[in-house]
Design a protein around this ligand. Structure first.
Ligand SMILES: Nc1ncnc2c1ncn2[C@@H]1O[C@H](COP(=O)(O)OP(=O)(O)OP(=O)(O)O)[C@@H](O)[C@H]1O
Ligand SMILES: [Mg+2]
Length: 456
């Protein structure tokens, strides 16, 4: 969780929530300071920015309450463009800035993003060092995912480098943080670097740091991310996008555990565990000489592959209820149920964007619905389009079979509780009971997905 929005008007807080979500900023929207306090507590205090929305006469009071409660957080205020008094008072009471919403929303988003970046660079206290502000616990219902997580847990204690592969949105970072939290390094930092997002010219100074005078503007020594991860874990995301000259330097660092800052003559020892991830096929990149084979072997001492969501459909239902509950809590609305027809669509869609896509679709649905139930109408249009590639044979099932599976996994998810399962399905308990009796008689053994594979 990055941001809490406090605004007493639901439509205003939802619209700002959506605006942030579209910019990939995770937020929670609540109606008052008391709820904000509870949510902040639930999130282990891992919030960096609070936005006080709709500031009129009460705005400044709210800003000062928030500042009292969370003196170190950045507080932004939003309100009417014409309400100069509210703007001046909000800033006087401790807001960093005031934005007219929605007219200034682009400026607000970039201010929030800068604040989050500053927060990320602040050294974390050991208590929340690299706290995973996203997930309390990864959902791993499918045997294949379970196996990957179990292997990861066994490897967590050993200090070897790790390479995680998998399509975009399959949970590579979640798995990396899972290992970190179970490793002896959990008291130090987890430092993520997106190797694809840092410009080629900057990645060396970003990673290794620089010496005063190394280039124009280097007026003092600069720390690199490897320094920041000292004692902890450096997560090299999108490692396949790392430019070849940097691959050589990284390999040297992994082999010798030594760092030389840009412009420095001396080397320093670094105690950092590297976990790398990629959604590319590194085997092809090695063949095309875009990725060094020696670096690949050095990184993949432990190799973990996360299957795409369409190959672990058993996880879809638990993920649905997890993300609907979470979205409802975030928007401050009652948790809606999911209509069986909507479950059917969500369950059979091929999810090219994997768990991230599912999460976004559900957040959108929770915002869209107003009747207390998510229906197919509330789902994004693309879920109704046919998959581009032909579905794998095991996905081509008759609707009846699929619905039976849904019943069974919902039942499992609600720990066998018939009342809750029936409610989630929108049917009566007796219908559910008859249904289960029939399923019991017909359900085939579930086919086990392919075992965890290592990239070839
Ligand atoms: N096992 C899981 N249980 C619940 N949520 C998950 C799980 N795995 C991933 N997610 C959620 O899915 C989203 C994507 O996860 P993550 O960022 O780890 O994917 P990724 O593989 O790194 O994707 P990308 O390649 O696009 O960076 C996140 O919001 C994460 O919280
Ligand atoms: Mg990622």
């Amino acid at each position: 969780m990055d941001v809490i929005i406090i605004d007493e008007q639901p439509h205003r807080r939802l619209s700002l929530f959506e605006r942030l979500r579209n910019s990939d900023i995770t937020a929670l929207a609540v109606g008052d300071v008391t709820r904000a306090r509870a949510s902040c507590h639930e999130n282990g205090g891992a919030v960096s920015v609070i936005i006080v929305g709709g500031c009129g006469a009460h705005g400044p009071v709210m800003v000062s309450q928030v500042k009292n409660e969370w003196p170190t957080l950045d507080v932004f205020a939003t309100g009417d463009a014409s309400d100069v008094r509210a703007a001046v008072d909000a800033v006087r009471y401790g807001a960093v800035d005031y934005f007219a919403f929605p007219t200034d929303s682009t400026a607000l988003v970039s201010a929030v993003r800068n604040a989050l970046e500053r927060a990320r660079r602040r050294p974390a206290s050991p208590a929340n060092g690299g706290a995973d502000n996203e997930l309390e616990e990864a959902i791993t219902f499918d045997p294949a995912t379970r196996a990957v997580f179990e292997r990861a847990e066994r490897a967590a204690a050993v200090d070897s480098t790790v390479l995680i592969t998998g399509e975009s949105g399959t949970g590579k970072e979640v798995l990396a943080r899972h290992m970190y939290r179970r490793s002896p390094r959990r008291r130090r930092r987890f430092v993520p670097v997106n190797c694809g997002a840092v410009p080629e010219t900057l990645i060396e100074t970003e990673l290794f740091g620089y010496k005063k005078g190394a280039f124009t503007g280097a007026v003092a020594n600069g720390k690199g991310l490897i320094d920041e991860a000292e004692g902890g874990v450096l997560f090299l995301d999108e490692i396949g996008d790392m430019p070849p000259p940097m691959q050589v330097r990284l390999l040297r660092f992994l082999d010798r555990g030594e760092v030389r800052a840009v412009g420095a003559t001396e080397v320093k020892r670094a105690d950092v565990r590297v976990i790398a991830a990629t959604n590319r096929c590194l085997a092809a990149d090695i063949r095309d000489r875009r990725f060094r084979e020696d670096l690949f072997f050095r990184l993949s001492v432990v190799s973990l592959h996360l299957p795409p969501l369409r190959e672990r459909r058993g996880e879809i239902l638990p993920l649905l209820s997890y993300y609907v509950r979470r979205a409802a809590r975030r928007f401050g609305v009652d948790e809606p149920t999911i209509a069986p027809e909507a479950i059917d669509i969500l369950h059979s869609y091929h999810w090219p964007g994997n768990i991230r896509e599912l999460q976004n679709a559900l957040e959108q649905a929770v915002v869209q619905q107003s009747s207390g139930a998510i229906t197919p109408r509330d789902l994004p249009d693309r879920l109704f389009e046919p998959a581009v590639s032909a579905p794998a044979p095991r996905e081509r099932r008759t609707p009846v079979e699929r619905t039976d599976e849904i019943v069974v996994s919902l039942l499992r998810q609600y720990n066998g509780n018939h009342t809750e399962t029936a409610a989630a399905l929108g049917i009566s308990r007796s219908t559910l009971w008859r249904r289960l009796r029939r399923i019991n008689a017909t359900l085939p053994e579930p086919s086990l997905p392919a075992p965890d594979s290592v990239i070839a």
